[in-house]
Ligand binder design. Structure first.
Ligand SMILES: Nc1nc2c(c(=O)[nH]1)N[C@H]1C(S)=C(S)[C@@H](COP(=O)(O)O)O[C@H]1N2
Ligand SMILES: [Mo]
Length: 319
């Protein structure tokens, strides 16, 4: 517990402001402020500053046999080339603008056709058994990366709320912060950005909720504080900054399908044989390359694990 103790004279008035700020910088660099926070005795002012001070530490995590052994992209690649339209449509916009996203306090409401609806604080989510999952990620725009996510299987959370037999799909609703997201002033997509999965896709062990990247808390531009990751589908299925999860009976409408139904379907499985109406999906550019340098694989190479989910389905029809 954090004990708040207000000093009679705020320390900022004892030392001239400049020296005060400098001293805090030094203390922070030395890890003294973070240590004080953990120790539990901190003035109100110091507590407020410590919160926006040193980055919160990601809890320990273990490695996973679900990881690819391909070489991951650098932290810089993964956190500086992004799609997060709420912060702008250029690849560099999210890294420039997403610092404004308010990520604390954060709750995820889980509701719908479940026996035990529940609201999880981000603190609760960080307590799930975390694993490093190094996944190939393929954007519908034909670029790809290898990303070391840290997260937990969605099915772990689902089990706690006990979906009923009526639940056939899961809808994921992401954050809408009008004051921090310049992109939502434009009607590019129907905000908030929503995504959905069939329940068996959601419960598949490859489907994770990610809270970290490399050994750090998830950067805002990558969907802090919690985002979905579904590695056999195009990147847009992996909704960022999730605030609500609904177990539902009927197939939910997803943001990209509403915007352009002839271009984007509900399933959106990576498939080199189903072209986007405006470009081929046969090859991809594994960043940081300039030109296509790889053949795209069905289900992004995860076919051994997921193909059975689609047995008997015409993947050209259900794209
Ligand atoms: N809320 C939200 N989630 C989103 C998007 C978005 O614009 N808004 N873009 C999607 C797309 S198109 C991709 S490719 C991935 C990119 O994730 P990354 O930037 O972490 O690599 O996020 C997906 N999730
Ligand atoms: Mo994407």
């Amino acid at each position: 517990m954090l004990i708040k103790r207000r000093p009679a004279i705020p320390p900022s008035e004892i030392t001239p402001a400049g020296i005060y700020a400098r001293r805090r910088e030094l203390l922070r660099a030395a890890g003294v402020l973070a240590a004080a926070g953990a120790g539990g005795l901190l003035s109100g002012i110091a507590a407020a500053q410590a919160q926006k001070g040193p980055a919160e530490k990601l809890p320990p995590f273990r490695k996973s046999s679900f990881s690819t052994n391909e070489k991951p992209n650098s932290f810089k690649d993964v956190s500086s080339y992004n799609n997060y339209y709420e912060f702008g449509t250029n690849k560099t916009d999210p890294a420039e603008n997403a610092h404004a996203l308010k990520v604390r306090p954060w709750t995820v409401v889980v509701e719908g056709d479940v026996r035990k609806p529940r609201t999880f604080g981000i603190e609760d989510l960080l307590k799930f058994p975390l694993e490093e999952r190094i996944y190939r990620m393929r954007c519908v725009e034909a670029w790809s990366m290898v990303i070391p996510w840290v997260g937990f299987e969605f099915n772990q959370l689902a089990r706690l709320v006990e979906p009923t037999g009526k639940a056939k799909f899961v809808e994921f609703v992401t954050a809408l912060q009008n004051d921090t997201m310049p992109g939502v002033r434009l009607p590019i997509l129907k905000w908030p950005y929503t995504e959905g999965l069939r329940i068996d896709e959601a419960m598949h062990p490859l489907t994770i909720l990610s809270v970290g990247l490399y050994d750090q808390m998830l950067p805002n531009q990558n969907g802090a504080p919690v985002r979905l990751v579904v590695p056999w589908k195009y990147g847009f299925k992996s909704g960022k900054s999730i605030v609500r999860i609904r177990f539902v009976e009927t197939q939910p409408k997803i943001a990209w399908e509403i915007a352009a139904p002839h271009e984007y379907g509900f399933y959106s499985n990576v498939n080199p044989d189903v072209d986007h109406p405006r470009w081929s999906q046969k090859t991809e550019k594994r960043l940081p390359a300039f030109f296509a340098n790889r053949k795209t694989e069905l289900f992004n190479g995860y076919g051994d694990q997921v193909a059975s989910l689609y047995a008997g389905m015409d993947l050209k029809k259900f794209y």
